[in-house]
Design a protein around this ligand. Structure first.
Ligand SMILES: [Zn+2]
Length: 409
């Protein structure tokens, strides 16, 4: 790989994507020895000295994170059910010396997590809220990453069709990205409190499935009239962000999810859609995306005009919009935010990765690089600082391009 120092991180993550771990081809299992690929970096341009050992360690953590996320997303639900996902989280916890907090099955119901419980209760494998917490000494703020982990989405009783259901093993892409990024972030020395929350459920059908018209009480204390059981991601995430806010006292809550098919219409296959209550963070997400290769573009944030799409006569809100042609991806995100409250003073960022989570038949591990870059400033790692939105100013990096841009104005 021949590139400039500022492009090393994005390039390494891109290369990692090209070598997926998951396969069940019988020919692969017959091969005893594992194939190995050697990647060499040749730095050009400014700062083109040799690559430091710390840089290589960071690239190792980041690429491992990307490939872990992609492997989980590629693995079908008969192998990656909620039990297996909990095991994946526990394995990462063990490696980092963190004991996960696991709230599962009937305990979810008892403790008021009506969103996660309601979505997952029809499945053979119980739903779960799992939390990994990194709380270093000297931390100055608390960050929560909340991932949507629907290990399979049939749509529930509002069932999907035979052409729209295949691929729904990927509906856990947000949680997979949070896991991959958390592992890498902690390994590289994260200076602030960081909680990774995994909202795990299989949206299945059965006699115990949630029906359209059912009303659920979520962890926020708000009631939701279910009018579409296929709009389940926002229900599990609403519980996750409420917990981050009420129980973990987070200052910054970011949720990541394969939330809406409409995301692909709004921002396409290559850019995730970001919705946030904070303009600075909106810009930071876009910048971070350009630095790490996980591209991002903003959605309209306007709760005062959009949130009434969820109006219900008998509950605090419905879970699916009245008009599907009115900024659907924005509305879906607003549903989540409404459970921490639009007047909550903290930073809330929602990243919808429904389309970029895969490229054709393969998972991309999208989101891992984005989280590492976006929160790079909270890391001790020099490379993650460099690719953070506050890292080395773009103007300094490329004065010529900047001059041209200025001339256009
Ligand atoms: Zn769904």
């Amino acid at each position: 790989m021949v590139c400039e120092r500022s492009e090393v991180f994005a390039s390494a993550c891109a290369i990692a994507r090209a070598f997926p771990l998951f396969t069940r081809r019988s020919s692969a299992s017959r091969r005893a020895e594992k194939k190995s690929v050697t990647v060499e970096f040749l730095l050009i341009g400014q700062n083109n000295g040799p690559m430091e050992f710390t840089t290589l360690k960071c690239l190792e953590s980041a690429t491992e994170g990307v490939r872990l996320a992609a492997r989980i997303v590629d693995t079908p639900c008969n192998e990656m059910n909620t039990d297996h996902f909990v095991e994946e989280i526990s394995a990462v916890g063990k490696e980092l010396g963190i004991i996960p907090q696991i709230i599962r099955g009937e305990e979810l119901k008892v403790r008021g997590f009506g969103g996660i419980y309601g979505v997952g209760k029809a499945a053979e494998h119980a739903p779960a809220l799992v939390i990994l917490s990194h709380t270093p000494e000297g931390a100055t703020q608390t960050i929560a990453w909340v991932g949507k982990g629907i290990v399979y989405d049939t749509g529930g009783l509002s069932i999907k069709g035979k052409t729209t259901m295949p691929g729904m093993k990927r509906d856990c892409g947000g949680a997979a990205a949070v896991l991959g990024a958390f592992k890498a972030a902690v390994k590289q020395g994260f200076k602030d409190n960081l909680h990774a929350l995994f909202c795990l459920a299989e949206n299945s059908v059965g006699p115990n499935a949630t029906r359209p018209d059912d009303i659920h009480l979520l962890y926020s204390g708000k009631t939701v009239e279910i009018n579409n059981t296929d709009a389940e991601g926002r229900l599990v995430l609403a519980d996750g962000v409420s917990y981050a806010c009420k129980d973990l006292n987070a200052d910054i809550i970011l949720d990541m999810a394969t939330l809406t098919g409409a995301q692909g219409i709004a921002t396409g296959k290559y850019h995730a859609a970001v919705l946030t209550n904070n303009e600075e963070w909106e810009m930071a997400c876009v910048k971070a995306g350009r630095k790490c290769g996980d591209l991002v573009h903003p959605l309209v944030y306007c709760p005062e005009l959009h949130f009434n799409e969820f109006s219900s006569a008998v509950a605090d809100m419905k879970n699916s919009v009245a008009d599907r042609e009115n900024a659907q991806s924005s509305c879906a995100g607003l549903f989540i935010a409404s459970h921490i409250g639009f007047d909550w003073p903290g930073v809330w960022v929602h990243v919808d990765i429904a389309s970029p989570v895969h490229a054709g038949e393969r998972a991309t591990g999208f989101g891992v690089a984005l989280l590492l870059s976006l929160f790079g400033r909270a890391s001790e790692d020099p490379l993650l600082n460099l690719v953070s939105p506050l890292g080395e100013d773009e103007v300094e990096e490329n004065p010529e391009r900047d001059t041209k841009r200025r001339r256009l104005v």
